[in-house]
Design a protein around this ligand. Structure first.
Ligand code: DQA
Length: 141
């Protein structure tokens, strides 16, 4: 099984960015934990701060991977183009957020991606990614 994690803007700064919201762990080190935990899964990780690069990556992975775990960061709340890309590919996408976006500012309550994704996981810290991978393993689509 091949699962990709695609992270959007500012998520390269995990570990130092607003640690009270996003924690102290870098994504690179958390990705190693995920690889140790899900040894049977071929995991890949991509991060970009650029909307077009994220769309290109969805196009590249989205016809051969079994699942994409997408944290589009703030583009979640703004990008119709990313939502169209999620709809354009055949690989199912789970939208994830580290924070519980519904406990935060109202502009974070709307997601353009949610209706195109097979599901949304929000508010479990980095464990949101773990839960999304489990969802793909337990319910292959
Ligand atoms: C986030 C929530 C978004 O609202 C925010 O813009 C992010 C991170 C999260 O993982 O909690 O960059 O996607």
């Amino acid at each position: 099984m091949k699962i990709a994690i695609v992270n959007g803007p500012n998520l390269n700064l995990l570990g130092t960015r607003e640690p009270n919201i996003y924690g102290n762990t870098t994504f690179t080190s958390y990705f190693e934990t995920l690889q140790q935990t899900f040894k049977e899964v071929e995991l890949m990780y991509f991060q970009s701060n650029h909307e077009g690069a994220l769309i290109d990556k969805l196009h590249e992975l989205g016809f051969s991977f079994d699942g994409i775990v997408l944290n589009a960061g703030a583009y979640t709340h703004t990008s119709i183009a990313l939502a169209d890309a999620v709809r354009a590919i055949t690989t199912p996408v789970i939208e994830v957020h580290i924070s519980n976006v519904y406990q935060r500012e109202t502009f974070r309550h709307h997601s353009y991606l949610a209706a195109a994704a097979i599901g949304v996981i929000s508010g479990f810290g980095l464990n949101s990614y773990h839960l999304a991978i489990e969802a793909f393993i337990k319910k292959p689509v």
